[in-house]
Design a binder for this molecule. Sequence first.
Ligand code: GCW
Length: 604
Amino acid sequence: MNMNWLSKFAPLPEDFSGIQTPADLARWELSNWLPEHSFTLEPDPSMGDGFRISGSTITGGETGLLYGAYALLRHMQAGAPLPSESCPRYPLRMIDCWDNMDGSVERGYAGRSLFFEGNCFAYHPDRLRHLARLMASVGLNVLCISNVNVHEPAQGLLDEFLPDLSALADLFRPFGIRLMVSVDFSMPIRDGFSSADPRDAGVQAWWQAAAARVYREIPDLAGFLVKADSEGRPGPFTYGRTHAEGANLLARALRPFGGVLVWRCFVYNCRQDWRDHTIDRPMAAYDTYQPLDGQFDENVILQIKNGPFDFQVREPVSPLLLSMQKTRMALELQLAQEYTGQQIDLYTMAPMWREIFQDLPPERIQAIAAVSNFGRDENYFGHPLAAVNLFGFGLLAWNPEITPEEIVSQWILLTYDFLPEDQETLGRWMLASRRIYEKYTSPLGLGWMITPHTHYGPNPSGYEYDLWGTYHRASRDAVGINRTSAGTGYTCQYPPALRQRYEDASACPDLLLLFFHRLPYGFRMKDGRSLIQRIYDDHFEGAEQAARLLEALKGLPFPEPDRQVILDRAVRQKENAENWRDVINTFFHRLSGVPDALERKIFD
Ligand code: GCW
């Protein structure tokens, strides 16, 4: 079995019957790694997930003991800093799987589902325990196993599949991981109701009974996750109700059992007319939710994507995350590389998360979630180096101040036995990978030049005359949408400091320039280059760096089978980058007629 970053750990025992609790697991991990030491595990339930290490005593809550043990082992194996006392910044550190019960994974790039096949639960317990161990080793504690787009028969997870769900919850429990389920807002209708209206007493009673049934089987279920009124999913809008009413309906059913209701804010008009310039999609979430601040029950958590669009390579922080004052919020990240190379192209996310937290004070949010990047592939992640994104997300959810350099170097030390210069080379390329991908794909915050629906490879006009609200409006003279107060007014959704930064094209950071502004190709960038020249340069440089990346990876001593997979993917990345370079440069060259100042090859 491919152990990923647990490669220096002993394999888990086949007979797991002696390991029932996180403390049992902590004891087993420590005695396997350090048989000559005897550690005392001292439970202190008041510490929850937190732990304290003093000499050979680890004190902590039930799960804290396990996190303390893993922190100690990471310290010994990779020199990770070992705090004498630590507790996570966020109590809920969640992974959302977009797995369907037919075994497919929406936006999955690492094989089929680890949980389902043929509309049933189907899994290998040892593979799932290894996944659970990977998650626990970096402190992740909630796993939503089912897609937010709830397709039949996944509605039955609260019903006919409840015994299977309960068995799975038992499997994850010793790892300190609680399950969560995606539910469909219209589920009462499946049971014969004529509506799912939150004000209907029968509907309220249905959800209460459903919650009671589920919690009888799984008393520690984390809660429900909901995508409502989004991309065709049912929701409270059908009944003229607000999203606060919709969310509270489910939250009240969960409340007696201590469950949370995680309500996603990915709500926008996905049937827009491209000719209509009055709708600006990034404004939608703020417009929908901000007026409802204060109306959500305490056990509701609004889950908000990091940017206002949809997991593009670069977006400004969602203004909704900065504006709600009286509502609990979770930041949602996407580890699955939907728009970011699909686990073919190398893309280490930690530098991007660092930027997000530069604008988002960590105390503004109460929880953190990420869409999973794992599946049934031998190495779980498709690309062996994509494992760093789950690893890093766990460390970030524990401590959002962690640096990308720390994440990457710990991950390399745990995963591979490399000499220091090879560690350094790999680390450098991993840290550079996001910027490289960005250079050959999306120019300066524009986004969306990707092939529609599959979301891999270039197609600059693919989404342009479509209904998804994702336009660049490139013409002969200019490109971008004016989102300032003089344009769509999007910048007005930000607090003053950020509004100022984005409002003025000469102050706006280059890398977000075309997100906020419509500019002529001759616009002078801060470094004196014209906008169009900068677009050409970035695309040439990005493709060149992808070629150099391939050479660098060839020179590193990856063990098999990782080496073969990594090199195959790097070859595909190089071709992908060349394709992006040529398509995007030709697109802008044809429109603008401006030649490349360096006279490089741009195809007609
Ligand atoms: O980006 C879009 C994806 C959909 C996804 C949706 C969402 C689960 O293309 O596949 O659906 O986001 O986040 O709900």
